[in-house]
Design a protein around this ligand. Structure first.
Ligand code: F6P
Length: 504
């Protein structure tokens, strides 16, 4: 950590921390802490006024960003420099949206053309009747497609998509039960094309097609990968392999051919709008300095709570059923990116890393976990996501109620309520931020996801973390392999459990 970074943190730590009620005594607060961004899919309003950020903290975090070299690091990412230092890789998911190094943008454009041709050929019947797609992938190769398909392809999906991640055969069996093998395509989505879960599920899906009379089962498989040669070796014809660049990280790969199920379910035009929405957020992030940069400001709020108030979790509630998978998606994005104990130089981090991201869907969560948020002893910063235009066509009372509940929760967390009886008292002063979208459509979802990608990157830069590797997932995978290979002994507890489970 440089002296400037240490000094910026010390200055932040020394600032007063007034209550939300006291902060709202400033009539300019709402203007200072909220913003409206006009995006291709409609406006989005961001409101951090119910967090404890104030002008002094915004300035303090701006100094931290400067001391951390935020502007240079952001420029380096968009320029395609190898900012993922542990793996010596560039980080170029934004090039897939047309924003980044020129050669990478051109390459992405060519790869998208290839993907578009295949998607349109399938829609035109080149592979016969296709009613279902079983998309097999895990982590970043599944969570993004699952979210986008669930959010956007509810009413008029061109193809019925099932995303299967878990190696537990129950997951694939459920998809198989819902699909007719004669009209099903299989997408094998894996950046590395080696992931055990995915390759095991892919082999079983292929066997299922064969056992159910599909003559050319391999002819029903599409591969989405950064290693096309491995897919060809596995048996997929080169014409149905959709590659993407190695410089696109797994949890940032939804914009690449990993988004194939989204394009197949929605059509190419919608997928292109999805990319455009994300590109608009890229340009905002790239061109805006200081706290006016909204993903950076969100990172300020995140760091305020983890670093200055000791919070260990942050909760995200989608008051839009279509975004019910958003918290799952964010968990990987934030926890796999910034859940690290060393800095980019390999030194001990010496401060808390990313909080635990969790959440759910409103209003369901209100009747399950909000008790703790209002009256428990933990301080949990909350994000609310909501959409003004309803996604349903039922009585408007549904949506009015949904939005009223969302906004009531933020107000209640902040205001609290005293009562003579302790059990009925609410301490209040509990923070929340609200992201209110005019509409939910491909472009808005693209922008919303890109906002969170950049928020995560910005938080990583301010912490001095490399957000783009994930070595923490390796040890467990290696141990599982050695268990299956046999001949290795473990601790007494693991040995006893293995014996009881019949694995050893
Ligand atoms: O194990 C973690 C991870 O590497 C994630 O980062 C990634 O999204 C997931 O596994 C799947 O990897 P792949 O796309 O190579 O199958």
């Amino acid at each position: 950590m440089t002296e400037a970074v240490t000094a910026a943190w010390a200055a932040l730590g020394a600032l007063d921390k007034p209550t939300l009620k006291a902060l709202f005594a400033d009539p300019a607060r709402l203007d200072l802490l909220s913003a409206r961004l006009d995006l291709p899919g409609g406006a989005v309003r961001f409101d951090w006024s119910k967090t404890h950020l104030d002008a002094a903290h915004l300035k303090g975090f701006e100094h931290l960003a400067e001391a951390s070299g935020f502007a240079d690091k952001r420029a380096a990412m968009f320029a395609g420099e190898a900012i993922n230092v542990t793996e010596q890789r560039a980080v170029e998911h934004t090039a897939l949206r047309g924003v980044g190094r020129e050669t990478s943008v051109e390459e992405a454009f060519a790869l998208h053309l290839r993907m578009k041709s295949l998607v349109e050929a399938i829609h035109d019947g080149a592979l016969g009747e296709v009613r279902h797609l079983i998309h097999i992938g895990i982590g970043g190769s599944a969570l993004g497609p699952a979210l986008a398909v669930d959010a956007l392809a509810r009413d008029e999906a061109k193809v019925d998509v099932h995303v299967v991640a878990n190696i537990d055969g129950c997951a694939l069996e459920a998809a198989m039960r819902a699909c007719d093998p004669a009209t099903t395509l299989i997408a094998v989505a894996s950046k590395t094309f080696t992931t055990t879960e995915t390759m095991t599920n892919a082999a079983s899906a292929l066997a299922w097609l064969q056992e159910n009379g599909v003559d050319d089962a391999y002819g029903r498989v599409v591969a989405l990968t950064a290693y096309p040669e491995k897919a060809v070796e596995w048996g997929v014809d080169e014409t149905r392999v959709l590659p993407f660049p190695e410089s696109v990280g797994g949890r940032y790969s939804l914009w690449s051919s990993i988004g194939f199920p989204v394009a197949l379910a929605l059509g190419w035009e919608d997928f292109a709008e999805f990319l455009d929405g994300a590109a608009a957020m890229d340009r905002h992030f790239l061109d805006t300095d200081g706290a006016a940069n909204l993903p950076l400001r969100a990172a300020f709020a995140d760091l305020y709570y983890t670093q200055l108030r000791g919070t260990q979790t942050r909760a995200v509630f989608a008051y839009d059923e279509r975004l019910r998978l958003f918290p799952d998606y964010l968990q990987q994005l934030e926890m796999e990116s910034n859940g690290k104990a060393v800095t980019v130089d390999g030194q001990p981090l010496g401060r808390p890393s990313a909080p635990i991201t969790w959440g759910g869907v409103g209003t369901d969560a209100q009747h399950a976990v909000f008790q703790l948020l209002h009256q428990g002893t933990h301080l949990v910063p909350v994000d609310f996501l909501a959409t003004i235009i309803p996604g349903d066509s039922l009585d408007p009372a549904h949506h009015r109620n949904l939005l009223a509940n969302c906004l009531a929760q933020g107000a209640a967390l902040m205001a609290g309520r005293s009562a003579g009886d302790g059990a009925r008292s609410y301490p209040g002063d509990r923070p929340s931020a609200t992201i209110l979208c005019e509409d939910l459509n491909p472009a808005t979802l693209g922008a919303l996801i890109a906002f969170h990608e950049h928020r995560t990157f910005a938080a990583g830069v301010l912490l001095g973390i490399n957000s783009f590797d994930q070595f923490g997932v390796e040890l467990g995978k290696e141990i599982a392999k050695s268990i299956l290979a046999g001949g290795v002994s473990f601790d007494p507890s693991t040995e006893a459990l293995l014996a009881e489970a019949g694995i050893k």
